[in-house]
Design a protein around this ligand. Sequence first.
Ligand SMILES: [Fe+2]
Length: 243
Amino acid sequence: MFDIHSHILPGIDDGAKDLAESLALLEIAQNDGITHMVATPHIHLGRFNNTITGINNDITALKSAAEDNGIFINLAVAAEIRLDVELMGLVLSNKLPFIGKVDNFNYMLLELPHSNVPQGFDKLITWLANKNIKVVIPHPERNRDIQSNPFYIQRLNQLGCEFQLTASSIEGAWGEAAKKISFNMLESNIVKYIATDAHSVKRRPPILSKAREIVSELIGSSKANEIFRKNPESLTKSLFNEK
Ligand SMILES: [Fe+2]
């Protein structure tokens, strides 16, 4: 399985605290059957000021520590980029990493604020599309505006966004509303990816197998295979080929 959203780089956001925790997370993932993992640290200006150079150095160090510790997961790096006013400037100066490149489109993992969908989101997504950037929305099911108004999902879908649900939402760890939206989206066939968004061994470990079982029961194992393997593999091919 592929996990395209995780906070496994040590000490640079609210994910793994140190290298020991990063390695512990990788071990959990490996034991769960995850073969490829993309580290997606937050880029959230003013809070987590991560840069392409910094995260590239960090993934190189983590790859070598993993190998030294007998962990053989394929690792790559991108970022979870927070939607805010600085975003357009960063895009124009090529300062943001993408989560994949497919057919001349770059894909951005673009995080909405947790509570709301900001005004003007549609204009920004259209602006990005005109720059050949497609948007993957992580964890829409956890956003409170979306929970109270499914219109946002329709609108984001119309704008060409892809959706990535959180594995633990499928299990019910984020409450009934998040679980219900996740199931509705799966049944409507608009979920492209499910990822762990792993942050820590205790709080959010990198486990996909439980969600995969539930999804297989809900929409069938062939559809589940697309969501947990085929779609993320196509999206991130360019990242893993850079090795
Ligand atoms: Fe995340």
